[in-house]
Design a binder for this molecule. Structure first.
Ligand code: ZN
Length: 249
């Protein structure tokens, strides 16, 4: 049978194993706590902050703001946004909004042209993050300038997908989308989705802007998607984004 050394050695060995496991447990807890503190955007249970870097759960949290318009507007204020609550637009069946936000530029932010466009609050919140973390860095990288004007073709429009007479209503019908047609830069450069998508530094800028939008919007469609999008980037916060699934074409 086993030697006398084994009889006394076994409880000691067991204690050592327990201590090692305990130590590993503590280390894992401390590492996890530190990770969550440094990467709140990458875990599902931390509250959204619009100043945080874009992470794995940012889109889901942005889309979920549709359940809590007051919280959504509070986040915009907290992030220094000048966006204001818009008057509700109701009356047309399947269309309209209760909790719209007028997109207004805060200091040093790009203005929307035409001005006073109203979107759903989740679109407004995503636009704020989009401008600061995607758009301006891309303009600096590719075009060595700043975007001062975001040119758009509107948000609210009571219509079905592709303006057809039957079928699903577009996210535009609830102002839950924005179509961007181009940008004006501080040095006078003019970028048009229709003209510049395919080539050159402006094209690279636009493609980066679209790809970045895929991490913030449930839907990000570009001229690569189909002919109906040849002249604009369509961004929306469809319900599907709640599961983190974005359509990025
Ligand atoms: Zn659109």
């Amino acid at each position: 049978m086993s030697g006398h050394g084994g009889e006394t050695g076994r409880p000691v060995a067991r204690l050592i194993v327990i201590l090692i496991l305990f130590g590993l447990g503590v280390a894992a807890y401390l590492f996890g706590r530190d990770y969550v503190r440094k990467h709140p955007q990458d875990v599902p249970w931390t509250p959204l902050r619009l100043d945080d870097p874009i992470g794995r759960f940012t889109l889901r949290k942005l889309v979920a703001l549709r359940d809590d318009p007051a919280q959504c507007r509070a986040l915009l204020r907290q992030a220094g946004s000048a966006d204001t609550a818009a008057a509700p637009r109701l009356g047309e069946p399947n269309c309209g909004y209760r909790d719209g936000v007028t997109l207004l530029p805060a200091k040093s932010e790009a203005r929307f042209a035409p001005p006073n466009v109203v979107t759903s609050c989740p679109v407004a919140a995503a636009m704020l993050v989009f401008e600061r973390q995607i758009l301006q860095p891309a303009a600096a990288r590719h075009l060595s300038s700043r975007v001062v004007e975001v040119r758009h073709a509107g948000s609210y429009s009571c219509r079905r997908l592709y303006g057809q007479s039957e079928g699903e209503f577009s996210e535009h019908a609830t102002a839950n989308a924005l179509d961007i047609i181009g940008f004006g830069l501080a040095d006078g450069t003019d970028v048009s989705v229709l003209r510049d998508w395919a080539a050159g530094a402006k094209g690279a800028f636009l493609r980066d802007v679209h790809d970045g939008g895929c991490d913030l919007f449930a839907t990000a469609l570009s001229p690569d998607y189909n002919a109906a999008h040849a002249d604009h980037l369509h961004f929306d916060q469809a319900e599907r984004g709640r599961s983190g699934f974005s359509v990025c074409r």
